[in-house]
Design a protein around this ligand. Structure first.
Ligand code: ATP
Ligand code: MG
Length: 220
């Protein structure tokens, strides 16, 4: 059976990754494509346990390498348990954050060397790179305001605490944005930058046109 396609969504806090990942999954499913919608850190039972630890805000001080290894421990299990088997079965995988997040959060903005992260990526991801990475680009102040509104607004999902990354200063978030744009510039065949300041449906339309032209062209 033909292998499925692997799509990742990347971008700063509140840039709309989860919203767009869900909209794309719905649209592909409506076309009859079997989709696994997953996220990082997490996406498998063991990786979700590591997610809880990483995002708890209760971590004792630790060096950036230790943190990157935790993300990669989660990713190794997620790849082995969820992503590789799904793709091998011909299913499409949409992942909300993946290794580019580690490159920019722990690397460019976090201080860990790009060579170290490249080595971890080689070990864990190897040839399993995404076929398409959609980088949602947004001014950090806007993304943080959206994330804040989601947390404090009305509704059932309100009142979760800001995670440790959301609480970092604006300069950190500007470095994240620059880091993502640098990745897109260096790997144009895999990545596409999408302006995330627009309305959600306009972004979804842009995402869909990229998926059509890059992954669906030539399919029946
Ligand atoms: N294009 C948009 N315009 C305005 N608000 C949006 C847009 N897309 C999503 N939102 C809202 O902004 C908030 C953040 O969106 P979402 O959760 O999809 O972002 P995210 O990138 O997954 O955030 P996080 O980095 O925190 O996981 C949500 O409340 C969502 O409903
Ligand atoms: Mg999200």
């Amino acid at each position: 059976m033909a292998s499925g396609k692997f799509i990742t969504f990347e971008g700063g806090e509140g840039s709309g990754k989860s919203t767009q990942a869900k909209l794309l999954a719905d649209r592909l499913r409506a076309k009859g494509i079997d989709v696994v919608l997953t996220r990082e850190p997490g996406g498998s039972p063991f990786a979700e346990q590591i997610r809880e630890l990483l995002l708890s805000g209760n971590l004792a001080p630790h060096p950036p390498l230790a943190e990157a290894l935790l993300f990669y421990a989660a990713r190794a299990d997620h790849m082995a348990t969820t992503i590789r088997p799904a793709l091998a079965a011909g299913r499409w995988v949409i992942c909300d954050r993946f290794s580019d997040s580690t490159r920019v959060y722990q690397g460019g903005a976090g201080g860990l060397g790009a060579d170290v992260l490249a080595e971890l990526e080689r070990l864990v991801v190897g040839a399993g790179q995404p076929h398409l990475t959609l980088i949602l680009d947004l001014a950090p102040a806007l993304g943080l305001a959206r994330a804040e509104a989601r947390r404090t607004g009305p509704g059932d999902v309100a009142c979760a605490e800001a995670d440790p990354y959301e609480r970092r200063d604006l300069a950190f978030h500007e470095r994240l944005r620059a880091g993502y744009l640098a990745i897109a510039g260096a790997e144009p065949a895999r990545c596409a930058v999408v302006d995330a300041a627009e309305a959600a449906d306009a972004i979804a339309a842009r995402v869909w046109s990229l998926v059509e032209s890059r992954l669906l062209a030539g399919r029946p």
